[in-house]
Design a protein around this ligand. Sequence first.
Ligand code: KG4
Ligand code: ZN
Length: 344
Amino acid sequence: REDITVLGLESSCDETGVGVVSVKLAGDDSGNVTLLADEVASSVDEHARYGGVVPEIASRAHLEALVPTMRRALAAAGIERPDAIAATIGPGLAGALLVGAAAAKAYAAAWGVPFYAINHLGGHVAVDALEHGPLPPCVALLVSGGHTSLLHVPSLGQPLVELGATMDDAAGEAYDKVARLLGLGYPGGPVLDALAKQGNRDAIAFPRGMTGPRDSRHAFSFSGLKTAVARYVETTHRRGEVVDRADVAASFQEAVADVLSMKAVRAATDLGVGTLVISGGVAANSRLRELAQSRCDAAGIELRVPKPRLCTDNGAMIASLGAHLIHAGAEPSSLSVATNPALS
Ligand code: KG4
Ligand code: ZN
């Protein structure tokens, strides 16, 4: 057999994702992976009134959405069963991970196909290959509501090296918290991004975390920034003045995008790789894309950002990494492999 299909199952947070890809094995060195289906059911609306993801609600939503989403993905891909199944085993919410991983193992056992345990972060990188083709050695910046990490990716299918991560809040989490502070909705990223376009990004000088001479080169920190925004809003109210929310949004966004793009491009330059991938929900951010593009252009680095639909959590990214592992000759995982909410 030359072409095989790989089904990927993602359930680490509030998205139930089932994706299907095909990969050519014999006589093909490129690791070319083709997207056949990408079905996602989200419980984001159920969490909105709490201002953040509620783990128990997410787990129940996965239970309800899993089989229907699986059926839709198989139908869209035009197959009855895949040749292999890949599923996220971490990092993520404990209960949410259990639902998806247990289901994936059950399907693998029932269908008699191999099972591959997948690291969610690697999936966020591997998804880019579905849109832009085989991925050269790169640095990846993963920015979402749950993670903010800089990774060195020598090759998909090989272990990723984490260069640094956030010491406190994830970038998307900072967006969500600042949006709540300003009385905007959840999730905060898209709302703040839109509002920032009407504001002045130089209006308020918010701090750039982890950029001091003694700070770790590849680590991030956003809780100080969040506190600075809270203090600014408080002080302005106390003076009896009106907070210009657009200016706050633009200045906050500038601080986040400045640090993320600066450190990501610097890491690529440090490591001598020619490609930077930015993925995760925050990769949709307009100012981050703009700053990263101009800094990559200046440094002679290719910037790859998957389209928003592929940047947020989905099953196709897990299928893509599974396909790359299979292409690289990886052995299937044992069905007794455990989920790990803190998987590194
Ligand atoms: O990857 P994702 O859908 O879910 C995980 O957290 O894994 O990312 C969601 C996060 C939320 O925090 C949301 O506020 C943020 O991505 N986000 C954005 C934008 N769109 C979504 N942050 C900044 N600018 C955006 N345009
Ligand atoms: Zn994610």
